[in-house]
Design a protein around this ligand. Structure first.
Ligand SMILES: [Zn+2]
Length: 74
């Protein structure tokens, strides 16, 4: 048995935008994440409070700024 050959093409293309869930936590304080910030180095998750706190610093470098405040289930 040679095992299963898994072909990885490198880039995972999501079929739908990633939506934050209540399992996603702010990287700074551990509160429920409301905003996803995509940077070239990776993703950051912030609660509403910290999203505002870091917005000025990160907006310019962020690849994507996804505010899901209205989508996150309480
Ligand atoms: Zn926070």
């Amino acid at each position: 048995m040679c095992g299963v050959v898994v072909t990885v093409t490198g880039t995972v293309t999501p079929t739908a935008p990633t939506t934050l869930t209540n399992a996603d936590r702010c990287d700074r304080c551990g509160a429920q994440a409301r905003v996803r910030v995509v940077l070239t180095t990776g993703d950051l998750l912030f609660c509403a409070h910290h999203a505002k706190a870091y917005e000025d610093k990160l907006r310019d470098t962020a690849v994507e700024w996804v505010d899901e405040t209205d989508l996150v289930q309480p």
